[in-house]
Design a protein around this ligand. Structure first.
Ligand code: PLP
Length: 394
């Protein structure tokens, strides 16, 4: 069991305060929030309290929060639901959507589904820094553009996109603007008014809440077709009996995030910067991926020349340090990360990358332990790698 957890972008531990808030709703407070009796009323009150807590974290109105099963569902509801609801806006039967090649699969695959439904997609070009250029958004916009979906923070490299500026462009064109803020909420200030977005996805388990619950912010007046059909829950946008303990957990996590954001951010950024500086100092043949000036405070993605990221991750796991690669394992072969290849890394460079993501419960001792383990692991793996020997002599 690894003792140092540096994979907070995959998921975060549930905060003790959150678990405590959820506990009664797994026990005596088991009511269905739609029931009229007292059990139901207490569950309804808890759901509405959580709605207000989530709204407060992102400066929204409670009525603009739709609870979902997590970030994936929120993204699908936003992308598919907004396009489906824009039937009236197609021009000569054409609809156009703008997104990026570095989105999470929850947006990317929803966008591919749209392409199968004859919607035109433009994927904005990506430079080496992994940040969208506004001029490209301007160029991509068409009369028939009905949706722009660009993530706020990237899960692999941590880059932050200029969503406020994109939101402004979208508003000028009466185009719906969605942002996947799953990796941003709780890590950087997120204010839907300042961002000017219509739809924003978030997920509890990335901010010290439970898994399997999230929310979609939908600005008042935004047309959205539900993905599923059933009861009248969540103002007809998301049917199904509410996950009351999960929603209570998300609410508690949101309130805690609002209280701790400034302090957490400062502390975590200092730890991440120390980790980055230590790696650059102690290991040669390393590059940091993603524009460091536009990056969330907890994420560090590095490529080590001549080694495979999976091998580094596995060796670090044996040393008691948990982190991850950006690669996805598909049918037994390891595909290079779509994010790293989109920002211009070669497949080999992309395969040599690992992601270290810090969180609220990391300490200086964790960073020291990682800095002890990483150089020796990389050195050992390079000694076994014919590719690294070549890299020096080519
Ligand atoms: N969007 C981003 C940017 C993510 O990082 C993730 C999870 O890794 C998701 C969406 C999906 O969220 P969930 O795990 O709650 O479905």
């Amino acid at each position: 069991m690894p003792s140092v957890y540096l994979d907070n972008n995959a998921t975060t531990p549930v905060a003790p305060e959150v678990a405590e808030a959820m506990w009664p709703y797994l026990h005596e407070e088991f009511g269905n929030a739609s029931s009229v009796h007292e059990f139901g009323q207490r569950a309804r009150e808890a759901v509405e309290r959580a709605r207000a807590q989530v709204a407060a974290l992102i400066n929204a109105q409670p009525a603009e929060i739709v609870f979902t099963s997590g970030g994936t569902e929120s993204d699908n509801l936003a992308v598919l639901g907004a396009v489906e609801a824009a039937r009236h806006r197609s021009i000569a039967g054409r609809k156009h959507v703008i997104s990026t090649p570095i989105e999470h699969p929850a947006v990317l695959y929803a966008a591919r589904m749209l392409e199968r439904r004859q919607v035109d997609l433009t994927y904005l070009p990506m430079g080496r820094g992994g940040v969208v250029d506004l001029a490209d958004v301007q160029r991509a916009l068409r009369t028939e553009t009905i949706l722009i979906s660009v993530m706020l923070a990237n899960n692999e490299i941590g880059t932050l996109q200029p969503i406020a500026e994109i939101g402004r462009l979208a508003r000028e064109r009466h185009t719906v603007c969605h942002t996947d803020a799953v990796q941003a909420v709780g890590k950087v200030p997120v204010d839907v008014e300042k961002l000017g977005v219509d739809l924003l996805s978030l997920s509890a388990h990335k901010l010290y809440g439970p898994k399997g619950v999230g929310a979609l912010y939908a600005r008042k007046g935004t047309r959205l077709e539900p993905l599923m059909h059933g009861g009248h829950h969540e103002r007809d946008r998301r049917p199904g009996t509410e996950n009351v303990p999960g929603i209570v957990g998300l609410g508690a996590a949101a309130e805690l995030a609002a209280q701790r954001l400034e302090e957490d951010t400062r502390r975590i950024a200092a730890l991440r910067d120390r980790l980055q500086a230590g790696i650059l100092e102690r290991v040669e043949g390393v590059r940091v991926n993603g524009d460091a000036a536009h990056r969330q405070p907890n994420t560090l993605n590095v490529s080590f020349q001549g080694v495979k990221g999976e091998a580094v991750v596995m060796a670090l796991d044996l040393e008691g340090v948990a982190c991850s690669t950006g690669s996805a394992c598909a049918s037994g072969s390891v595909e290079p990360s779509h994010v790293l290849t989109a920002i211009g890394l070669s497949p080999d460079e992309a395969r040599g990358s690992i992601r270290l993501s810090l969180g609220r419960y990391n300490t200086e001792a964790d960073v020291e332990a990682a800095l002890e383990a990483i150089p020796s692991v990389v050195k050992r793996l390079r000694a076994l790698s014919p590719r690294y020997a070549h890299a020096g002599t080519d």
